[in-house]
Design a protein around this ligand. Structure first.
Ligand code: ZN
Ligand code: ZN
Ligand code: ZN
Length: 330
């Protein structure tokens, strides 16, 4: 596998030569008792006990390889590099049938703690410019292992969507000396049209220009650029966990599958990069989760790739549906 840069859009594209799935032959490698089928733990909670609640392992067939140097090079006018990076699997719970939406407060807290710990650790590697956490839940989302889990990838480049956000945040800050995302949060809380739910610290809302029906973002109401530096106390982890769980339960009333992605500030210590590139990053970027539900029969939202085409309902109606959807108790 290698990474190639699209010379037009400037975004890096993974060129996959073999299927990077984790073939399982009927046995779940993520269930307790089958640890021998997995690479050794990178993180385990509780540490040193007879059984685990959360563990993180390298992906057995990773998209990215941890060893070596990106070896960025040219081929004529084109740019390519090796698929250096990290690809980890977070097993948030030993229970094969328990989705995140149904976790207890303590289980959700421990999952968020594992995310923050692993992202912090990966950012110590100066080869990696960006660390992302995502979930593909449900067969329509391409979930490969049935056991509920998240994946973390660290890459030597900044993915296109995040690059757009960073540029937009920086531009807004340059013009107004305010965080674009804080402005969005304030307007959504003031208007309460697209807001779905909130607590003292976090808000869930359907974004103004939703790309798919029932797209929902979760953001801190206060300003912070970096998830892993911010969500470190049990109090914040619990509040975020509660809103994340209830949002997923609301979404489960309209969709059975979803993509979830965490956008957090890139690795400012990674080299090489322009020295002034991240000058205002701590002020102009704002971490958040994006949840993109998959609603069967509305796949036109996804197939029309050139311009996002959001099928009905519009975000104003979607938010109302989700507000009205009593999240079933865990
Ligand atoms: Zn399992
Ligand atoms: Zn902000
Ligand atoms: Zn984002």
């Amino acid at each position: 596998m290698e990474l190639r840069r699209d010379p037009i859009t400037q975004s890096w594209v993974i060129q996959q030569t073999a299927e990077a799935s984790w073939a399982t032959s009927g046995v779940c490698p993520l269930c307790p008792g089958n640890e021998f089928l997995c690479p050794p733990n990178l993180y385990v909670y509780p540490y040193g006990g007879p059984s685990w609640q959360v563990r993180v392992i390298p992906h057995r067939n990773p998209i990215y390889q941890i060893e070596g140097d990106p070896a960025r090079r040219a081929e004529g006018i084109y740019d390519k590099m090796r698929n250096i990076g990290a690809h980890e699997v977070v097993i948030e719970n030993p229970d094969h049938r328990l989705p995140l939406a149904q976790f207890s407060d303590d289980q959700a807290t421990q999952a968020l703690r594992a995310y923050a710990t692993r992202i912090t650790d990966l950012k110590k590697d100066l080869r990696f410019r960006c660390v992302t956490l995502f979930q593909n839940v449900g067969p329509e989302a391409g979930q490969d292992l049935e056991h509920p889990h998240s994946e973390i990838t660290a890459t030597p480049f900044i993915p296109r969507r995040l690059a757009y956000e960073l540029r937009a945040g920086q531009g807004h800050y340059r013009n107004k000396e305010r965080c674009l995302f804080c402005d969005i949060v304030k307007q959504e809380l003031d208007q309460q049209v697209r807001a779905v739910a909130w607590n003292d610290l976090f808000v869930a809302f359907c974004p103004f220009a939703s790309r798919v029906p029932y797209e929902t973002w979760i953001m801190p109401i206060y300003h912070h650029a970096s998830f892993e530096e911010d969500v470190t106390s049990a109090g914040k982890q619990q509040q975020l966990g509660r809103l994340l769980k209830s949002t997923l339960r609301r979404l489960s009333t309209v969709a059975t599958a979803y993509h979830l992605v965490l956008h957090t500030s890139p690795n400012v210590k990674a080299r090489p990069s322009r020295p002034d590139a991240w000058q205002t990053l701590a002020e102009d970027y704002h971490w958040h989760f994006e949840i993109l539900p998959i609603i069967l029969g509305k796949t036109r939202s996804y197939s029309f790739k050139e311009v996002y085409f959001n099928a009905p309902p519009p975000p104003e109606v979607a938010a109302k549906d989700l507000r009205d959807a009593e999240p079933p108790l865990p």
